[in-house]
Write a protein that binds this ligand. Structure first.
Ligand code: IDP
Ligand code: MG
Length: 135
């Protein structure tokens, strides 16, 4: 079933010059880019995007991180896109993520883990409205 999902290439991806590497993995998998934009977000947008996490201990440094520089925001589309993107991203902690995944190959951190992918179809709908309200 074709789905849409929100992907963020977080500031570490842009800073480290890995945008092409990461995007090419999604493209090579067969996902289509429906929308894409370079964005720098403020704290309010970070809080809205990460609403489920704002009370967590790890959130203040996460907010610092995601507001620290530009990110690539994209909507990707394809068969089972939500789950497929999560699988390509790998486990949250880059130190534990499987080799072959984006985080497993390229990240050594549980915060600076390069990518975000919506965790469900419902989350994807909510997040796409936040980032691309005109879609
Ligand atoms: P996910 O991105 O794999 O869905 P979530 O649990 O939704 O992971 O956490 C959102 C983001 O918060 C993670 O991608 C990571 O950047 C950061 N994060 C999650 N857990 C921790 C932690 O324990 N320490 C530091 N940062 C964390
Ligand atoms: Mg998540």
């Amino acid at each position: 079933m074709s789905q849409r999902t929100l992907v963020l290439l977080k500031p570490d991806t842009v800073r480290r010059g890995l945008v092409g590497n990461v995007l090419s993995r999604f493209e090579a998998k067969g996902l289509s880019i429906v929308a894409m934009d370079l964005r720098r977000i403020d704290a309010a947008l970070a809080d809205e995007h990460y609403a489920e996490h704002v009370q967590r201990d790890f959130y203040p440094p996460l907010r610092e991180f995601v507001t620290s520089g530009p990110m690539i925001a994209a909507v990707l589309e394809g068969d089972e896109a939500v789950e497929v993107v999560r699988a390509l991203n790998g486990a949250t902690d880059g130190r534990k993520a499987a080799p072959g995944t984006i985080r497993g190959d390229l990240s050594l951190s549980n915060r600076e883990n390069l990518v975000h992918g919506s965790d469900s179809v419902e989350s994807a709908e909510r997040e796409i409205k936040i980032w691309f309200p005109d879609l």
